[in-house]
Ligand binder design. Structure first.
Ligand code: FAD
Length: 451
């Protein structure tokens, strides 16, 4: 029987442990932090996440989709908040039943660990931070001096991966690597549940306060509260531009929020405390290749391809990684000769997956500008209206957002190519009319199909 070491018991690592255990593979999972089931989760690491179809399908394969969705809050669209407090809902899809789900990161991670623990072949080792990995021998060294050698290691140790570092620093020849930081950082803030236990904003929406150079979003939590995330430049980008560097005391924070997000600020009684207690996070895109050191090690999830969070796809993509790896393991060449040929599996996985993770990385960056600027642009608002109408009228029409979010059968690279061509066409059509009703939907669909 095969034995695998997984480094990192986050979302991808815990799901992967279940997928492998289901195939009878013995798995040891080494996690830097303590067992989150026994301790409070640290503040500031995205408390909730948008779970959509690619992630749901991966959970379905291990029988956990219904369990997780029972604890999720459906979000039907983006609720745009203007400075003067007007709101407008832009649905995510014109089709009934297509929405995304706000889930607790810790709740999901804990549920996956509990499920993995049901398999005799899975063992978690907590407080084990990998500090060194030998790509040639497959030996991992941990900060407490423990050394573990395995023929096969899968690194799901997130965006700052120690195993990737070892590959970069001599472990893998001609290892391509890039890390590009966004000038914007993020900070999580809180809108509490109402005094009568109610949601203080529309429950079934992802709220956005787009302000051109920056924005705030809020996702509902199952308990009635909302977690807000402010995305703002670290340093001023132009004279008078807002930036984290300028929000240094209570007066500047209260002034900024009261001016830019007055409706939300009224609902944030602990704004100032939260602002200074919670860390300011960095956002970046990591790309690297190859993802494997022969058959000894593979990078999967954020360790291989961290993306900025603006398409709500990082975790969904990591879950899809696990599903694709599972499919490859079922292909006959994977177990030719009776033993799993990990080298073949890892090579095949990289071949299939890289083009798709590059596609979602690019779309996630583009979506930052869409959420920050375009949602307040009248042509873009008309385009969303047109897309919704097309989806309501024609069952086989899918916007780019829908292809990425609701079509797990379409690779990200296909969604990107088709979606970008559609976007350009629809923006052009919407710039030429005052109202979407001036456009003939049959003609628009025919033009889209000819792209
Ligand atoms: C602000 C924000 C909002 C986001 N929103 C969404 C969203 O709405 N939808 C979505 O799909 N994605 C979202 N994401 C992305 C998502 O969080 C990641 O893509 C996802 O967590 C990746 O899972 P992972 O298991 O690869 O990495 P992680 O979840 O980062 O897990 C890595 C694990 O490895 C452990 N570890 C790290 N280093 C070591 C080491 N040296 N040794 C041992 N263990 C180690 C860590 O403690 C952790 O448990 C968001 C990200 C951010 C920052």
């Amino acid at each position: 029987m095969s034995r695998i070491v997984i480094i990192g018991a986050g979302l991808a690592g815990s799901l992967l442990a279940i997928y492998l255990a289901k195939r009878g593979i013995t798995v040891d999972v080494y996690e830097a932090r303590g067992d989150m089931r026994l301790q409070e989760v640290e503040a500031g690491r995205s408390i909730n996440l948008a779970l959509s179809d690619r992630g749901i399908v991966a959970l379905r394969e291990i029988g956990m989709d219904e369990y997780m969705l029972a604890e999720a809050v459906p979000m039907q669209g983006r609720m745009i908040h203007t400075v003067s407090g007007e709101t407008k809902l832009l649905p995510y899809s014109g089709r009934h039943g297509e929405y995304i789900n706000s889930v607790s990161r810790a709740g999901l991670n804990i549920a996956l660990m509990n499920e993995a623990d049901k398999y005799d072949g899975v063992t978690f080792h907590f407080n084990q931070r990998c500090v060194y990995f030998d790509c040639a021998s497959g030996e991992a060294k941990f900060s407490n001096g423990v050394r573990v050698k395995s023929d096969t290691v899968i690194a799901t140790d997130g965006a700052g991966s120690a195993v990737r570092n070892a590959m970069l620093h001599g472990g893998v020849e001609r290892f391509d690597f890039s890390q590009v930081w966004l000038e914007h950082g993020y900070k999580e803030l809180h809108i509490p549940v109402g005094t009568d236990g109610s949601f203080q904003l529309e429950k079934n929406a992802l709220h956005i306060w787009p302000r051109n150079k920056f924005m705030m979003i809020a996702l509902p939590n199952f308990d009635g509260s909302f977690t807000c995330t402010l995305f703002l430049a670290h340093k001023p980008q132009d004279e008078g531009g807002a930036a984290f560097l300028q929000l240094v005391d209570e007066a500047s924070v209260v002034d900024f929020f009261g001016r830019e997000f007055p409706d939300a600020t009224k609902l944030m009684p602990t704004l100032v405390e939260d602002f200074f207690a919670n860390p300011t996070g960095n956002l970046g895109t990591v790309k690297c290749f190859p993802w494997n050191a022969g058959g000894n090690a593979l990078l999967l999830g954020d360790s291989a391809h961290a993306v900025v969070p603006f398409y709500g796809q990082g975790m969904n993509c990591a879950f899809e990684d696990v599903r694709v790896l599972g499919q490859i393991l079922s292909e006959p060449p994977a177990s030719a000769g009776g033993n799993l040929d990990w080298h073949w599996v890892f090579e095949k996985y990289g071949e299939l997956r890289k083009v798709n993770t590059d596609a979602i990385a690019a779309m996630a960056e583009e979506n930052f500008y869409e959420m920050r600027d375009a949602v307040a642009d009248p042509v873009f608002v008309r385009k969303r209206e047109l897309e919704t109408k097309l989806e309501q009228t024609f069952p086989d029409y899918f916007s780019k957002y829908s292809m990425v979010t609701f079509r797990e059968d379409l690779p990200y690279s296909v969604a990107k190519a088709k979606g970008n061509a559609q976007d350009a066409l629809l923006m052009k059509l919407c710039a030429e009319v005052e109202n979407v009703s001036d456009l003939n939907l049959d003609d628009v669909l025919a033009t889209v199909k000819n792209l």
